[in-house]
Ligand binder design. Structure first.
Ligand SMILES: [Zn+2]
Ligand SMILES: [Zn+2]
Length: 947
């Protein structure tokens, strides 16, 4: 289809052979730093369009700062730990639970994880290289390296020493399949909340000492009812006791509709919530309690928006419930095991079953006992594990927390130092999230992760955090479980200290990346301190509650005091956030639905530059992308081909090699205009890029290319094809090659391949990526001229539209055009441009633009001659003639047409480069090209030969 993908492959080989990347680093090694942090992807799955988008953004920004003369950090890294990998391996090995893993052996399991982590690394590298994402792939960091883990330990130890780490028994979101708690922000990962249909139930709790009187309670989780130890009321709410079918029910006055739907009731009395507080009731499933329970308690979270205004409290299975339990000294009962199954032997229906399954057994039992008042189906958003999609439980567990709430003020203040693109995220999505920040549960009861470095004494229970391998006092080959679990430390009491079993939340590890990637502070201390915080990072919008957040939390915590990284620092100064990538149908990319064209095919058909430019320009930053092959093809034609054809035009009409000159002398008004226009573009691209407004910068190239190709080159054709003299052509060549060369440099970060090809033909330098970024020459900017030219283009467009409407083709000359812009009408050069473009004899000034569409005999004749010229030019092409070749033209036609042609012979000769034009009969000798057509309603035969 086209040669551009082939050119790209050739350039890839050239970069590799000539070590251009390494040369670019060497060239800028003593320059000021431009610091970048790469958010590590998982190399266990294949790269997709989302990764390509983030990579394009990163690469474009880094190339830009490199060409501006900065020493750029190009390092990439791999995320290796955590549930995503563990889940994958469990699936492959057929392990269904933690018990299965432990039976299989943690060592073997972790080995399998380690092996799997890099299985797609080669594919990643191939795709990223094809995209022209620059990096030294052999120097990538990986979160599983001992060095990286040691830095994670160091980070944790600093927080420990600052009193920001604590352990708590708390109800947290918990995945019963993975057997581990999750952090509150993992509940905000895409897809975590899913709409599910549940059965909600109204349950009757019998009040003690009042015959046939029940508290009506509503719940969507029947499996928690066996753990009920209290019922909460709002102290100041009004409650009603009603008579209904010979029984008495109590519920909030505002929730009477619950009864109204079921039948008639009679109001017996009104009570306040505080009157109910302290009353005791009969539990549904009586348990042995260690302190008094089964009573009504007041709570301020009770609402009357749904339910009955009486809230079932199970302190072990709700965050608010546990808080209330602490306040009211309520007992807690654990009726569910760590795998989410109902504990056996407690005489609860559905014992041994997964809680969601046990729901049914419990309902059946309560129905049988007449304690189920009614059931209702509801659809609600319920949280699921972001890795394995199991419904999460709120479950009581001992877990380690970072006291994020203690430095919330600093988190918010440090966010003010960050430039967000798009800007609304700063106070919006991210800012709001920081204001609501909660303590972060960082421990995971899992296997494949950086182990948490806390050792605990088996005798006196003293705990100690370790911040380096050295502190272990022994050499250790692998810091992972189970090796690390065998390291025993000595307590000051003489007892043995063993490591706690948990590993880190993998988000804690990726948030430690600024330090871990350089093994800080054990190595590269100066480098890290000099390049912290990062000048720039970029990832997808989902990371506002993922990586962006954990980077920010850890940086803020580490700079509460100055440990060498400065005081009160964010982790990054500028961040570009892209939206999600969707398929052609606006839905998530799906291999199964085949709703997108895979990157490899795009690369083959249109090349990487076209995909890069499409991603950089098609969508405002932060909004969702639709990857559509049709639109990529459009980008290819509009941008890539326009740029490439502008260059091939120069190549076609240049006699020798087309090296660009070092400086230029603009000749006519078009030259002055395009030089001004280029310098304006140069200024604007830098202005936007310095503000990290990538889309705004990238889009400028399309507008420029339109001006350049569809106006400058088109209106300069005559100077290349039929120059008045050599000097005129040479000057036009110089301007064209100069603009093309500098445009190649300016666009190099965006279109690294095409610009390289053009650069190498126009400059004797080795690679455009080793060149300095062009600086605008403000002296050559003439804003007035640019405005006037834009007006001229508008006038031309209007006239062309009018011609089309009147059915007058452009080749037909017209007499007069009136325009209402005095300045333009008075400028001979501008008037000439309009005349040539729209084929008009005269342009005059008047009140409006007006086109004289009257055809005189003379104009008509001129139109016929233009048609003839075009015919002969077409025949020259058919005969494969070069622009300089002279021809002999013979024709045979009617008397009238012959007369017309003879009158215009000199003009025709000039236009079609004919040495001789002859009227005669059609001969049988061979012609290079022949044609018999109708011209102005009369037959004409034409034949040409090379002279
Ligand atoms: Zn899970
Ligand atoms: Zn001890």
């Amino acid at each position: 289809m086209n040669q551009i993908p082939e050119i790209e492959k050739k350039i890839l080989k050239f970069w590799q052979k000539e070590n251009i990347f390494a040369k670019s680093i060497k060239l800028r090694q003593n320059k000021p730093f431009f610091s970048f942090y790469d958010g590590p992807p998982f190399a266990s799955g294949l790269p997709h369009h989302g990764n390509i988008l983030a990579s394009t953004i990163k690469d474009t920004v880094l190339r830009y700062w490199g060409m501006k003369g900065y020493q750029v950090s190009w390092r990439v890294g791999w995320d290796c730990h955590g549930l995503p990998v563990e889940n994958m391996i469990e699936g492959e090995l057929g392990l269904k639970s933690k018990k299965d893993i432990e039976k299989f052996g943690i060592e073997k399991f972790n080995q399998a994880c380690r092996k799997a982590v890099f299985r797609c690394q080669a594919d990643w590298e191939k795709t990223l290289r094809r995209l022209a994402r620059w990096s030294d792939y052999s120097d990538a960091y990986a979160t599983l390296d001992n060095d990286y883990i040691e830095s994670v330990w160091w980070v944790f130890k600093q927080l420990w020493d600052s009193g920001l780490v604590y352990q708590d028994y708390r109800v947290t979101p918990y995945c019963p399949r993975c057997g581990t708690p999750l952090s509150n922000f993992e509940l905000n990962q895409p897809g975590a909340y899913q709409d599910v249909e549940d059965e909600s139930v109204y349950i009757k709790f019998s009040l003690k000492g009042q015959k046939d009187t029940y508290l009506l309670v509503w719940t969507t989780t029947p499996w928690t009812l066996a753990a009920n130890t209290a019922i909460a009321v709002g102290s100041d709410f009004t409650y009603i006791k009603v008579k209904f079918n010979n029984e008495y029910y109590i519920l909030a006055k505002e929730r009477l509709e619950v009864l109204a739907k079921e039948g008639k009731y009679e109001i017996i009395e009104e009570l306040k919530g505080k009157d109910l507080a302290g009353q005791e009731y009969q539990p549904l499933y009586p348990m042995k309690l260690d302190k008094p329970g089964y009573r009504v308690v007041p709570a301020d979270f009770v609402s009357v928006e749904d339910g009955t205004g009486l809230v079932h409290i199970a302190p072990t299975f709700g965050e608010e419930d546990m808080e209330l339990g602490k306040q009211e000294n309520l007992p807690g009962i654990v009726t569910v095991d760590e795998e989410g199954k109902m504990v056996k032997g407690l005489k609860i229906p559905g014992e041994g079953k997964f809680v969601k399954k046990a729901d049914q057994d419990i309902k059946t039992d309560l129905k049988k006992r007449g304690l189920l008042f009614k059931e209702e189906k509801i659809v609600h958003a319920y949280p699921h594990c972001w890795r394995c999609e199991t419904p999460l439980l709120y479950y009581p567990i001992n877990s380690w927390y970072i006291a994020v709430t203690k430095f919330k003020k600093e988190l918010v203040a440090n966010n003010q130092k960050i430039r967000w693109v798009p800007g609304h995220l700063k106070q919006g999505r991210f800012g709001k999230w920081l204001e609501g920040a909660r303590d972060w549960s960082v421990s995971r009861n899992r296997y494949w992760g950086a182990p948490i470095p806390i050792w605990q004494c088996q005798e006196c229970e003293k705990q100690k955090a370790i911040g380096s391998i050295k502190e272990l006092g022994q050499t250790i080959k692998d810091l992972h479980r189970p090796t690390i679990d065998k390291v025993i430390l000595k307590c000051s009491c003489g007892g043995q200290m063993k490591r706690i079993s948990e590993v880190f939340d993998c988000w804690f590890e990726s948030g430690s990346m600024p330090y871990g990637q350089w093994h800080y502070p054990f190595q590269n201390k100066k480098l890290v301190e000099k390049t912290f915080p990062a000048d720039f990072i970029a990832e997808g919008i989902d990371q506002t509650r993922g990586w962006f957040y954990t980077l920010h939390v850890l940086a803020t915590a580490l700079t509460l005091k100055n440990l060498g990284l400065g005081k009160n620092q964010p982790s990054f100064k500028n961040v570009i956030v892209n939206g999600l990538i969707l398929g052609e149908d606006g839905k998530k990319l799906s291999k199964r639905l085949k709703n997108y064209t895979p990157p490899e095919i795009i690369f083959e058909q249109y090349g990487a530059d076209a995909l890069r430019y499409f991603l950089l320009t098609s969508t405002p930053m932060g909004e969702d992308y639709i990857v559509s092959e049709k639109r990529i093809a459009e980008t290819f034609r509009r941008t890539m081909l326009t740029f490439w054809n502008s260059f091939t035009f120069l190549e076609t009409y240049t006699d020798k090699e087309c090296l660009a000159p070092k400086s230029i002398q603009p000749g006519n008004i078009l030259d002055k205009w395009i030089v001004s226009r280029f310098n304006t573009l140069n200024q604007e691209v830098i202005d936007w890029m310095d503000k990290y407004e990538l889309t705004k910068a990238a889009r400028l190239f399309d507008d420029f290319l339109d001006d350049f190709s569809n106006w400058y080159i088109r209106r300069s054709r005559r100077r290349f094809q039929k120059p008045a003299n050599r000097q005129e052509k040479k000057q036009a060549e110089q301007i064209l090659s100069f603009v093309l060369l500098n445009l190649a440099k300016l666009a190099a970060p965006f279109l690294p391949f095409l610009t390289e090809e053009i650069y190498q033909k126009l400059e004797k330098g080795q690679s455009v990526h080793l060149a300095d970024y062009p600086k605008p020459n403000k002296k050559l900017i003439d804003k007035k001229l640019e405005e006037k030219m834009s007006e001229v283009r508008q006038i031309a467009a209007i006239v062309l539209a009018q011609r089309a409407k009147a059915g007058l083709k452009v080749r037909q000359p017209l007499n007069q055009l009136t325009i209402n812009n005095k300045q333009i009408a008075a400028d001979k050069e501008l008037v000439n441009l309009i005349q040539e473009e729209v084929n008009i004899k005269k342009v005059v000034f008047g009140k409006e633009i007006k086109l004289d569409t009257k055809l005189t005999a003379e104009l008509k004749a001129a139109g016929v001659i233009r048609d003839l010229i075009r015919l002969v030019q077409g025949m020259r092409k058919d005969g494969d003639l070069k622009p300089g070749d002279k021809i002999y033209l013979r024709y045979s036609t009617s008397l009238t047409l012959n007369k017309l042609i003879q009158k215009q012979t000199p003009e025709i000769k000039k236009e079609v480069s004919a040495a001789q034009i002859e009227n005669g009969t059609k001969r049988k000798e061979p012609f290079l090209a022949e044609k018999e057509v109708e011209l102005d309603g009369q037959k004409i035969w034409l034949g040409i030969k090379k002279k």
